[in-house]
Design a protein around this ligand. Sequence first.
Ligand SMILES: Cc1c2[nH]c(c1CCC(=O)O)Cc1[nH]c(c(CCC(=O)O)c1C)Cc1[nH]c(c(CCC(=O)O)c1C)Cc1[nH]c(c(C)c1CCC(=O)O)C2
Length: 354
Amino acid sequence: MNFKLKNDTFLRALLRQPTEYTPLWMMRQAGRFLPEYRATRARAGSFLGLCKNPDFATEVTMQPLDRYPLDAAILFSDILTVPDAMGLGLYFADGEGPKFERPLRDEAAIMALQVPDIDKTLRYVTDAVSQIRKTLDGRVPLIGFSGSPFTLSCYMVEGGGSDDYARVKTLMYNEPKLMHHILEVTTQAVIAYLNAQIEAGAQAVMIFDSWGGVLSHSAYHEFSLPYTQRIVEGLIKEKDGVRIPNVVFTKGGGLWIDSIAATGCDAIGLDWTMDIGVARQKVGNKVALQGNLDPAVLFANPNAIRNEVEKVLSSYGYGSGHVFNLGHGISQHTNPEHVAAMVAAVHELSRKYH
Ligand SMILES: Cc1c2[nH]c(c1CCC(=O)O)Cc1[nH]c(c(CCC(=O)O)c1C)Cc1[nH]c(c(CCC(=O)O)c1C)Cc1[nH]c(c(C)c1CCC(=O)O)C2
């Protein structure tokens, strides 16, 4: 039991301890679907302006919690702050998503990569974590996060988003040693970064392997999973006598959940493509599961949303170990009232399973 928390349902579910209902939060819960987020972003001038100012980061982290009775808060930041701290120069071109000024395009750039001094380069993140914890005042737990080394490498090599991952996959197949070097340095950076978030007050951490699912079976097991496993092994597991659970989310990773469970993680994030009941059978009592409603369900009407929520809950079935979530980030085109319908449905309909 976490004595400082008024609602620790989320942490108990991650540790597969009994709960009264299924807790929930949403990936990208602080974001453009909320008018209040768009207003704060306009005041800050840009998305990075929000991330780099702890007052703004705290304000937008709290917005979804003030609107909905969610069971967890997530640090407002981005996975790409780590490569930015490594000197790649993150920027957001209007309407084009993230980009790097200095992507990794040759051997010299790759061999020059270094683990950044987190205290110096990412202080704005750990400051935001402490400030959010204070503002939360024990309402719900705060989740810290990072990208997985493979997913970060995709952006670092491509220089931005990609449809085919041609550059990073070419490097991976032509020059596996160079690819492993990027992954090695990034792994060390991510371990230091997540542990700094935990020291600053993050009560659970999540690793986003958002693009792991674009890999072949063998490439996933060579270039993504072992590095995720090293992170899981390197994380601070307990602070002030309280467990700090971790979640590994691999979008498109449903085929590999047995290998993911074997990393020793506490929970696996599922996208919407896999039946969560089948996933539960496969992983047994090893890990908790987080997910897995298709974010597009929120475009439908509240009745349809309720039906789809019930399907996920009943497929998971009786007992603890499920954190309800979307299978990926919420769309910016979502109607905020539909989110209210989903939150109410999860809290109400899940009680019969506990
Ligand atoms: C791949 C990835 C990124 N960032 C992230 C991932 C992994 C998760 C995933 O798979 O979605 C992680 C992330 N990004 C953001 C959060 C905040 C916490 C949360 O509310 O979940 C988290 C956890 C805020 C954000 N990160 C970004 C926004 C939108 C920024 C804005 O224009 O206001 C937010 C709220 C920008 C971003 N950042 C990134 C992209 C591809 C984009 C553009 C996306 C888009 O335009 O919808 C990289």
